[in-house]
Design a protein around this ligand. Structure first.
Ligand SMILES: [Fe+2]
Ligand SMILES: [Fe+2]
Length: 170
């Protein structure tokens, strides 16, 4: 007889790490980039506009959680990460302004699709390396904080990520 499929328990170590939680959010946002690319390729402008707007909002919420909770938790205990955190912060500023530009560019009657596609590609590319640094260095460092603090960070991040405007709900 085939054993039943393993369902990860809420107490399983991986579902209780900040790395797992935020990496899953990265994955969902990457999925939206694929949706946007597909909509643009098919010339579905209204759909592409909705998805790009959604990327912008999801990324804003994700970045806010990092700025409000994750980065401050590491600043004092890991001074060696200061320059990495600074570079990630600069990436965040770039993502937000490039995506705001793309959303705005899509609002016009005849948006320049090539330009929007190029902007999305540029953001997506920089986001790949940005996310890799976070997943390999920053989130694991936060997962090494003392237990109480680590659980507090995880709880605060989950609360921040759940706070999405209604029109952008999952
Ligand atoms: Fe980030
Ligand atoms: Fe991130």
């Amino acid at each position: 007889m085939t054993p039943p499929p393993q369902i990860p328990s809420a107490d399983a170590p991986n579902s209780r790490t900040l790395n797992a939680r935020l990496t899953a959010d990265h994955g969902e946002i990457e999925g939206l980039f694929r949706d946007a690319r597909m909509a643009l390729e098919r010339d579905l402008q209204a759909e592409a506009h909705t998805v790009v707007d959604r990327i912008w909002m999801r990324l804003a919420v994700h970045i806010r959680a990092e700025h409000k909770v994750v980065f401050p938790a590491l600043v004092e205990v890991r001074p060696d990460l200061q320059s990495v955190l600074q570079a990630l912060h600069e990436d965040h500023d770039y993502f937000m302004s490039a995506l705001a530009g793309a959303v705005k560019a899509m609002k016009g009657p005849s948006p320049d699709v090539a330009l929007i596609r190029a902007a999305l590609e540029a953001v997506g590319l920089r986001l790949d390396s940005h996310n890799a640094i976070e997943e390999e260095t920053i989130y694991p460092a936060a997962d090494e904080l003392p237990r109480e603090q680590r659980l507090q960070v995880l709880e605060d991040v989950s609360r921040e990520l759940a706070f999405l405007p209604i029109r952008h709900g999952r």
